[in-house]
Design a protein around this ligand. Structure first.
Ligand code: FAD
Length: 469
């Protein structure tokens, strides 16, 4: 029998339960569908997905298979393709955001009505979000007890890559990836971002290996230093499923057992990702609305109400070096250091009093590791509106943070060119990356701060303290 393997955020061959099950059944036709969800992706995500699909298509070819590309509503495309190749089943790896879940449950019932078996598998998460419950049978709203609840649970051993992926008797026709034009919405020079991208399963495995062998021991001490290459940089391959969380978990567990000091801390970070999915599953409104309803009445400003502040924040021209370095790092590389994400987000929501959803949307457009659950949780954590959020009075001071986490100014110098006689290549590359319409040049004068940090902090505290809920 032939099985369609509907790929989404699982672009790998190793540790792929749906692929293994399809291979065990017989011939496999892997398919990627450009549907409304793909169409709606942020610019950097869509570009990065295109590169991931291209790379995975080559990996499938090397394994004797192919990746069929089709465009249209998933239910229709899958039924048509199943009829073409005589497939009697469609398998896929589960997705957890509300839009994907509603699409997938429609697809499942349409396929079943058409007499085609439809089955979803795990793989994207260590723990299915509905399997972790408090003693009272509810869900976790706070991270630490969530960590304690999962840290000793068994995590499935990663599956091997199948020896052989059986081909169908003839291959159906496929779209050309180039026709999908996945980079079309990138305003920025994709060539600049491409220099910072690590694409595909082999690159992800190599990075995990290097991280565990060379970096995990010092992870706990070094992970907050913004200019260091001290973190795993696996968020991007995790988001496209080029590596599985199980592979990361087991590698770090082994390192912990052999005495690597930072390994447990790394496991904890992997569990933050699980926690984000747990929250999204139980309270999906976290993606769009303040998790705590009262915050809907808070006095954050919209982009229309604070146009200059929002423009200068997005363009990395607030005049606060750490914030600007962070915003430029994201624009050029598609990634931003975690500490910098917290600081840039705190500056927007607290010093500038702009709604976190403005920042969430900009991150969604710019991050190549964009993850719907982690991004929403991160923003609400910083803004103070989420569960287990930072207390409102925690207003990060970007200068104090820089003094701690960018002591020698390396992060600043990596990303800021103005006013420097010999600006670094990375800092100059920002000006190659930004659209011409922004009218920016490395010869510009570095902007004065939008407002003094003390003034911004005092204003934020006053409004936060006097909120009526
Ligand atoms: P490491 O330090 O090596 O951590 C290992 C893995 O653990 C990461 O790859 C990631 O999968 C997970 N992880 C670590 N920290 C967190 C966290 N706070 N929340 C959830 N998972 C975490 N992460 C994304 O993957 N996509 C996003 O869109 C995203 N948006 C964010 C927005 C804001 C405002 C904030 C504060 C954080 C956001 N994060 C997001 C979380 C975090 O910043 C990144 O996961 C991390 O910087 C990725 O770098 P790394 O892979 O080197 O992480």
């Amino acid at each position: 029998p032939v099985t369609l393997l509907w790929l989404r955020r699982d672009l790998r061959l190793c540790d792929h339960p749906a692929l293994c099950a399809a291979v065990a059944r017989g011939a496999v036709v892997p398919v990627y569908i450009y549907d409304a969800q793909v169409d709606g992706l942020g610019a950097a995500s869509k570009w990065r997905l295109g590169r991931g699909i291209e790379c995975h298509a080559h990996a499938l070819e090397a394994a004797g298979s192919r990746l069929i590309l089709r465009r249209g509503p998933a239910a229709l495309v899958l039924q048509e393709l199943a009829a073409e190749v005589g497939a009697t089943a469609v398998y896929w790896s589960r997705a957890y955001d509300p839009a994907s879940q509603s699409r997938d449950s429609h697809v499942k019932s349409d396929l079943r009505n058409a007499g085609i078996a439809a089955k979803s598998f795990g793989g994207h998460l260590l723990f299915e979000p509905w399997t972790i419950n408090t003693q009272q049978g509810g869900y976790y709203k706070v991270y630490s007890p969530f960590w304690r609840a999962v840290k000793d649970l068994p995590v499935e051993t990663p599956l091997d890559k199948p020896d052989h992926i059986h081909a169908p008797s003839s291959w159906p026709q496929s779209d050309a990836l180039g026709d999908w034009d996945m980079g079309a919405s990138m305003q920025r020079g994709a060539a600049v971002m491409a220099q910072h991208a690590r694409i595909g399963e082999a690159a992800a495995q190599a990075r995990l290996h290097t991280f565990i062998a060379q970096k995990v021991s010092a992870y706990k001490e070094r992970r907050d230093f913004a200019a260091d290459d001290a973190t795993s940089m696996l968020s991007e391959p995790l988001t496209y499923g080029e590596i599985s969380p199980h592979q990361c978990w087991h590698a770090a567990r082994q390192a912990a057992q052999s005495g690597a000091a930072g390994a447990e801390h790394f496991l904890k970070e992997l569990v933050w990702r699980e926690f984000a999915y747990h929250l999204m599953h139980h309270t999906p409104h976290i993606l769009e609305k303040n998790w705590r309803a009262g915050w809907e009445r808070f006095g954050w400003r919209s982009a229309e109400e604070a146009p200059e502040e929002v423009q200068r924040w997005t363009q990395g021209r607030t005049g606060v070096e750490f914030v600007d370095a962070a915003m430029r790092q994201m624009y050029v590389t598609g990634k931003m250091h975690n500490r910098a994400r917290m600081i840039a987000a705190s500056y927007l929501t607290k010093h500038l009093l702009v709604d976190w959803r403005v920042g969430q949307a900009w991150f969604e457009d710019c991050l190549s590791d964009w993850d719907i659950a982690s991004n929403a949780m991160g923003w609400q954590w910083v803004a103070g509106s989420g569960p287990d959020a930072a207390p409102y009075f925690r207003v990060f001071n970007p200068d104090t943070q820089a003094a701690k986490f960018d002591r020698d100014g390396r992060y600043r110098d990596t990303w800021i060119a103005e006013g420097r006689a010999q600006a670094l290549k990375t800092a100059l590359s920002y000006f190659d990356a930004v659209p011409k319409s922004w009218g920016l040049s490395p010869d510009d004068r570095y902007p004065d701060p939008l407002l003094s940090l003390a003034e911004g902090r005092a204003r934020a505290l006053e409004i936060y303290e006097n909120r009526d809920f």
